[in-house]
Design a protein around this ligand. Structure first.
Ligand code: E4P
Length: 253
């Protein structure tokens, strides 16, 4: 159950993460943007509803060019919230070393660690050093259970990629949410590989803690043709009302 504070308005300068306007922020669904594109991150952040960012090597490839660590730092400077940055090593020592370096970039960096045996070991060891991790990519409830036992801060089930192979991605989210609730795991369920607004709706209904959403889908969450038509009509009627006021004529609708 989410309880709302009787707040006024969000300050124009964002002082708190967007979800801090809910009384129990652990229960507030967080919106992350799933991109490494700084312009998209800036634009989404300006809406005032962004709680964090997820990146991955493929998203880095899309933006290209820049120094990875510097790029992650720039993202942390834009958004007040967790920023996931992925290790590329696949052995324990390599992941530990990369994880420490990434975590040192900024306090909001969450280290993405692959869901493999060495990754699970690294999650546990990084947690012991106070470094938060995002265990990824997850495709089953058993994987999520192991990640939670190891102490991952986030588990990232990839909904869209499961749907792509005729498995119901959302069912995996539902199972994980239930399992974590059964045992009180603190690992947050981060619905990833979101492809369209209904994924967001269903992830929210399932109780996912976070949805990481591509910029195009964030915009689709807002758009509704009836809103556009309704607004157009209100503005047209307002013009008529104003003109009637100037000319002194009453206006009948
Ligand atoms: C999450 O952290 C991943 O970056 C992302 O959601 C993957 O999505 P995709 O399946 O669209 O590549």
């Amino acid at each position: 159950m989410v309880r709302f504070l009787s707040i006024g308005y969000a300050p124009s300068e964002q002082i708190f993460p967007a979800s801090s306007f809910l009384l129990e922020s652990r229960n507030a669904m967080k919106f992350f943007i799933d991109t490494a594109d700084l312009d998209e991150i800036r634009e989404a952040n300006e809406m005032g509803v962004l709680d964090g960012v997820t990146t991955n090597p493929s998203l880095m490839k899309k933006v290209g060019g820049s120094d990875f660590h510097e790029h992650i730092f720039k993202i942390c400077e834009i958004v007040r919230g967790d920023v996931s940055a992925e290790v590329t090593a696949t052995d324990f020592d390599g992941m530990m070393s990369e994880g420490r370096t990434l975590a040192a970039i900024h306090k909001n960096v969450v280290v993405k660690v692959p869901l493999i045996i060495d990754g699970i070991k690294a999650i546990k060891a990084l947690k012991a050093e106070g470094i938060r991790t995002n265990c990824t990519p997850c495709f089953s409830a058993t994987q999520a259970l192991i990640a939670a036992k190891a102490g991952a801060a986030y588990i990232s089930p990839f909904i869209g990629r499961l749907d792509d192979v005729s498995n119901e991605g959302m069912e995996v989210i539902r199972q994980i949410v239930q399992i974590y609730e059964n045992y009180g795991y603190e690992t947050e369920v981060l619905a990833a590989s979101i492809r369209h607004p209904m994924h967001v709706v269903e992830a929210a209904l399932a109780g996912a803690d976070v949805a990481t959403i591509p910029f195009g889908v964030i915009k689709k969450l807002i758009h509704h043709p009836l809103t556009d038509i309704g607004l157009e009509r209100f503005l047209a009627d307002w013009k008529v009302y104003e003109q009637a006021g100037i000319s002194g004529d009453g206006v009948q609708s």
